[in-house]
Design a protein around this ligand. Sequence first.
Ligand code: 5GP
Length: 194
Amino acid sequence: MQLLKDRIRKDGKIKAGNVLKVDSFLNHQMDTDLFVEIGKEFKRRFADCEINKILTIEASGIGIACVVAQQFHVPVVFAKKTQTKNIAGDVYTSKVESYTHGRVYDIIVSKEFLGKGDKVLLIDDFLANGKALEGLAAVVEESGAELVGAGIVIEKGFQVGGDIIRSKGIRLESLAIVDSMDEETGTIVFRGDE
Ligand code: 5GP
């Protein structure tokens, strides 16, 4: 998605530890005009799919998931992160290792909002090592719902997540794939660029 790649080049900041900061337009301050275009692009890419629910993970996936859901006219469910040891029985749970914080946390989704018969599209802001998507996919599997695919705004193609998710046969659509980024020069190379 050219608009997104241009914006990443203009406002993205490369940080230590292979972290790309896009706080000024994607996951702290949010550019809602750009979000609307992101929603339309996911709708275009998954136009052939029957989807009745979007599943994401708090917090930075929520805004993006909402604009995508608006295009499909379906509800959004977001997995909650919790450190509670005694999780009540009426939720699906999975463990996720945080890329940016290095901690393992539990995610929970109420059984009330996901189950057999649902056709689910996963949405998240970033794909790095694939832990967040794997956790969400595990929740979908536990629920008996059908996993239609996963939509990612920025995939860091030099990390393993994309390969892991694709090798599981999950249809993955990433709007921008960063093949390399250099902290010193600030250079970002996207997949498909000359
Ligand atoms: P994964 O689970 O694929 O290893 O990492 C994805 C999650 O970590 C995303 O939900 C995102 O919030 C966070 N993340 C991973 N890499 C980056 C990054 O380079 N920049 C930002 N802002 N978040 C990232």
